[in-house]
Design a protein around this ligand. Sequence first.
Ligand code: UDP
Ligand code: MG
Length: 320
Amino acid sequence: MAPILYLVIPCYNEEQVLPVTSKLFLDKLMSLIGSDKISDKSRVCFINDGSRDKTWEIVKGLCSGEPHFAGISLAHNKGHQNALICGLMEVSGKCDITISMDCDGQDDINAIDGMVDEYLKGADIVFGVRSDRTTDTWFKRTTAQSYYKFLKFMGVDIIPDHADYRLMSSRALKALAGYKEVNVFLRGIIPQLGFKTAIVYYSRAERMAGSTHYPLKKMLALAIDGITSFSIKPLRMITTLGTIIAFLSFVGIIYVIVGAIIGNTTQGWASMTVLLCFLSGIQMISLGVIGEYIGKIYLETKGRPRYIVDESINVPEDEE
Ligand code: UDP
Ligand code: MG
């Protein structure tokens, strides 16, 4: 029997782009249903991440005229990763496969065919990987590349040039449900699930309308989450650094004592001040890194829900 596919599409303030891309999503779904690759119960499910514009009204309008559209609305804006988790968890019992993608048309919908093929060949997770980065600005391209290298160095296992465009089977979704962390960085968690994976290459287009919701500040927050949610290497590096500095200070002390004994005491205080500033800088950074982890522990111990659903439309009861 053909699998039931749900496209899980988070949307935040996307009133400009949704009317354009929703048609493309539906066309793709219908053509896959038409060729019997997926079941007629498949849907395009929009997750409204607490938008402040007309996004949810648009989704409701789409759903009322077409049963293949579904919508889930979150009570608050919880950010892209949480909206994605919400979508995946809410639909996981209703389908055999999900494909998560952005709603702005940047993820090439034609890669969906390849992903479904890989699933039919036995893969549980299929990663959409960008074949090039030519549509990015020079800044985004270089920072992204250095970031991937840095993550690797930190021992975090992620797939380079893969964002959140991916297929997951219901088996993989069940495994994902076991990861209860509040600080979600899906790109780091999913390769850890194991299972048989495959890669489909696609070329990322420009946004069809509207503008990005990932300004530098949010990108940095995601980047830091990516490291601190998966690696404790920074903490170890602080220990190593502390040891090196302690050793150097010891050598320095011996040098000063020897200097005093042989009467060479004309040291200026400039060198002293520089050293002091340098050391306090290092201490501040180290405290910041430790604070980042403590903050994470604080959020995890509270165990607050990652999202709260306000309303959902055309989302059926669980299969089975
Ligand atoms: N998004 C979301 N919540 C947010 C920010 C973004 O659900 O708080 C969605 C957004 O609607 C889009 C996807 O996440 O479908 C990716 O965001 P965007 O296109 O702005 O990021 P970029 O592609 O520029 O990195
Ligand atoms: Mg985008």
